[in-house]
Design a protein. Structure first.
Length: 252
């Protein structure tokens, strides 16, 4: 990984503007190089922070027909359930842009968490095999163009939590958890080897709840001992942080 780029911005609204410009540039770059742009979405506040992308000038300058959308983690609920990350993304972002429905990859409904994780992993493997997704020559995992990653106040990313073994998974691409400390309990989640095979990762973190964990990750005294899940985000490609002043309030 190259040195992370850290954007320390004032307000969350500045993060939204900077993020839109960053994503639009990557979209143009990857579509010019490969003819598609594979994007992985987190749940949480991230979707709202994408709001500038669905406004001028970006909404009409982006070639949405080439976007492919995946979910970094998902709650195992029906897709129209208020807890669904797909529903959150659909209502706040996907319904506002012309991404073809066939390019959006929600989890399959009516499966257990374990079955849903296996099914999603198999689907990703199939998309690598048929050339829709790239493969990392180093790790053999799918290589997504961009992952948009949020962080919880406890330093979790995706549904990879402190004190839960899923964060140590080395082989599976997608795993499951049935006792997530953040409700709802049953979820599926990308694993770190899959996350870290990405070309670009944007860590998008706003709000004062995140300040302590941001101090641990980016403060002058890097933590030692048992790292937070977010400290394992270390992509083959580039890592870019988008932070507001509340999230960085504990940094010197
Ligand atoms: O489904 C989820 O719960 C998420 O994908 C999760 O990992 C989220 O990104 C973080 O908890 C940050 O959430 P906030 O942005 O709401 O703090």
């Amino acid at each position: 990984m190259t040195q992370p780029i850290i954007h320390k911005l004032e307000a969350e609204s500045h993060v939204a503007v900077a993020l839109a410009s960053y994503i639009a540039d990557l979209s143009a770059k990857f579509i010019a190089a490969n003819g598609s742009f594979s994007v992985v979405l987190s749940g949480g506040t991230l979707v709202d922070t994408l709001r500038k992308l669905v406004e001028p000038p970006y909404v009409s300058s982006i070639d949405w027909s080439k976007w492919l959308i995946f979910f970094l983690d998902e709650r195992v609920v029906p897709l129209d359930h208020p807890d669904s990350n797909y529903k959150l993304a659909y209502d706040g972002f996907l319904s506002k842009v012309p991404i073809p429905e066939s390019n959006i990859y929600p989890i399959k409904e009516k499966l257990s968490a374990e079955e849903a994780a296996d099914e999603y992993e198999q689907r990703l493997k199939h998309l690598v095999a048929n050339g829709t997704l790239k493969k990392s020559p180093t790790t053999g995992f799918a290589k997504f163009d961009l992952m948009l990653v949020g962080m919880g106040p406890d330093g979790h990313v995706a549904s990879l939590f402190c004190w839960h073994f899923q964060r140590f998974e080395k082989t599976k691409w997608v795993t499951f958890i049935t006792d997530s400390p953040k409700p709802p309990p049953p979820r599926i989640t990308f694993t770190f080897p899959l996350i870290n095979s990405a070309s670009e990762i944007a860590m998008v973190v706003t709000g004062e709840d995140a300040a302590d964990a941001i101090k641990v990750v980016l403060g002058e005294h890097a933590s030692y001992g048992y790292p937070l899940p977010v400290q394992k985000v270390s992509p083959e490609g580039n890592l870019t942080w988008f932070l507001d002043s509340e999230a960085t309030s504990e940094l010197k």
